[in-house]
Design a protein around this ligand. Structure first.
Ligand code: OAD
Length: 237
């Protein structure tokens, strides 16, 4: 098994035990206390850049207060021993996978893809240049890359195309095993990865606090807090 091609999709549930809030927890349908279109769309940024930057500044600052949990560390340990290709695709914009993986060596078959962007990066609206950005962004942060640009969060907003889709699709097409960990499966295209993996003949496993609406598409399910279930599940692979 450690030689097969593995694709792992993670979502907010993986970071929940670190204290990073998940998205769809409010019964009233709010998204981290806001309507999505107020803070996570290109239209919102055009209309009220101070509000959007303030929302992401708060989330960026919060990263200083959280650390990787046993789920992140178990995935990093797996990457250290995995002999085949291991593509870890995260929808999370925090840097907790990055920090966990920085502590252990990873083989040449490993890659980490932040398909929804990264809080600790900013992007020039004119040139598209991406840079590290650990601090707050001003409402109209001047871009060092283009005189007509400003820096925006390097986050995929609703209505925008997720990053690195060709690489992800290529990995799914060759997957032998697909794990979906801590994601509700509410947002496409990530929610469709399980079907692409199945079409490639992969075994598919959902790992979540509880079965999601998409449970029926997976071959197997493992339920409970990921920080508790994942170390044992991955150790057995
Ligand atoms: P959601 O908030 O939609 O779902 C979180 C999932 O994690 C739920 O299915 C929970 O049951 C599960 N969960 C919570 N705590 C857990 C734990 N301790 N262990 C295991 N599972 C747990 O978050 P995502 O599916 O990640 O996009 O949301 C996908 C995307 O929606 C996000 O990336 C974001 C948002 O729009 C962008 O920002 C572009």
């Amino acid at each position: 098994m450690p030689h097969c091609n593995l694709v792992i999709l993670t979502g907010a549930g993986v970071s929940a035990e670190s204290g990073v809030p998940t998205f769809r927890t409010d019964a009233d349908g709010l998204w981290l206390g806001h309507r999505v279109e107020e803070v996570a769309t290109p239209e919102a940024f055009a209309r009220d850049p101070a509000k959007v930057q303030g929302f992401y500044n708060a989330r960026r600052r919060q990263l200083a207060e959280v650390v990787p949990n046993p789920a992140h560390r178990a995935l990093a340990d797996l990457a250290a021993r995995w002999q085949g290709r291991l593509t870890l695709v995260t929808q999370n914009v925090d840097d907790l996978h990055d920090r966990a993986h920085a502590d252990v060596p990873t083989g040449p078959g490993f890659s980490l893809i932040h398909m929804h962007g990264e809080l600790l990066k900013a992007r020039c609206t004119a040139s598209g240049t991406v840079c590290d950005w650990p601090d707050d962004l001003a409402p109209a942060e001047p871009s060092p890359f283009h005189p007509a640009g400003v820096l925006r969060p390097h986050i995929v907003w609703f209505g925008e195309i997720p990053l690195e889709m060709p690489r992800i699709e290529a990995a799914l097409a060759e997957a032998d095993l697909f794990l979906s960990i801590g994601t509700s499966g509410a947002v496409y295209p990530a929610a469709g990865f399980v079907r692409a993996a199945r079409a490639a003949g992969a075994r598919t496993v959902e790992i979540n606090l509880e079965p999601t609406k998409g449970r029926g598409v997976f071959d197997d399910g493992v339920y409970g807090p990921a920080g508790e279930t994942l170390p044992a599940f991955l150790a057995d692979l």
